[in-house]
Design a binder for this molecule. Structure first.
Ligand SMILES: [Zn+2]
Length: 247
């Protein structure tokens, strides 16, 4: 602890900061054991490596996949709704396996039978149908040609945009999170200053403080008596408001 008769300067706190930094670095490293780190990498990377004949968008989750990978795959619907493929050289976009048609797969628009005129290999890239920045088709049904040609070709490499704009964590988080109605004690959490007071305030408002009465409600048998006045049951209302010693 840094103690000084005068106001503390940054230099005075330096040893303390270094000590805290050293401790937290060790702590972060200790969060996962070596085996845990290997398992984390294995569980996420291995399924990705096995996407030879599929893409992130088309892979079918298996029971053997890790829960982390399943969670990543579960986000596909949200991403499909919000992500848009910007076709460049077409090298990285798969004709059948990526939802490059405004978030939809090409197979959703046409039958597999008609799409066989385009390609028989599922992993065919869009680049096969691009020539000098233009769509190029040979012996393809006109209906499919007209549909595909509505998608503009841009210069450079393929990119994925978030809602036609640059990706930001804030917008993505708002799209992914489960939002619930704002609670009346929200400002108490963010403006009360001291975290300990804020947490206690919320517990009081939710009647979740472990008073004797609340412990009784959980089926535990014990005497409920105010520890300050010894005249009433120890409830939240009494302890913090009604008791003569509360203020
Ligand atoms: Zn009392």
């Amino acid at each position: 602890m840094v103690i000084s008769l005068r106001g503390l300067k940054r230099l005075d706190c330096k040893p303390l900061i270094e000590k805290v930094e050293a401790a937290t670095t060790r702590w972060a490293g200790m969060n996962l054991s070596m085996a845990g780190r290997v398992e984390l990498i294995r569980s996420v990377i291995t399924p990705m490596r096995n996407l030879k004949k599929a893409t992130y968008w088309s892979v079918v989750p298996r029971a053997t996949h890790s829960i982390i990978w399943k969670s990543i795959v579960a986000l596909r619907e949200i991403l499909k709704t919000n992500c848009r493929f910007r076709i460049g050289d077409g090298e990285t976009i798969k004709l059948f396996l990526d939802p490059w048609c405004d978030g939809k797969f090409l197979s959703k628009e046409f039958s597999f039978r008609s799409l066989r005129a385009l390609a028989t290999d599922k992993s065919t890239a869009l680049s096969k149908f691009l020539l000098q920045g233009q769509w190029q088709f040979v012996d393809i049904p006109l209906q499919i040609q007209n549909y595909i040609q509505q998608f503009k070709i841009y210069r450079g490499e393929d990119t994925i945009l978030w809602q036609h704009n640059v990706f930001t964590y804030k917008v993505a988080w708002e799209a992914c999170r489960l939002s619930k109605p704002e609670v009346f004690w929200l400002s108490l959490i963010w403006t009360s200053g001291r975290p300990r007071w804020a947490v206690l305030g919320v517990l009081i408002l939710q009647n979740s403080v472990l008073t004797a009465s609340n412990v009784q409600r959980r089926g535990i048998s014990l005497a409920s008596r105010c520890c300050l006045c010894y005249n009433h049951k120890e409830s939240v209302d009494h302890l913090f408001v009604e008791c003569e010693y509360a203020w």
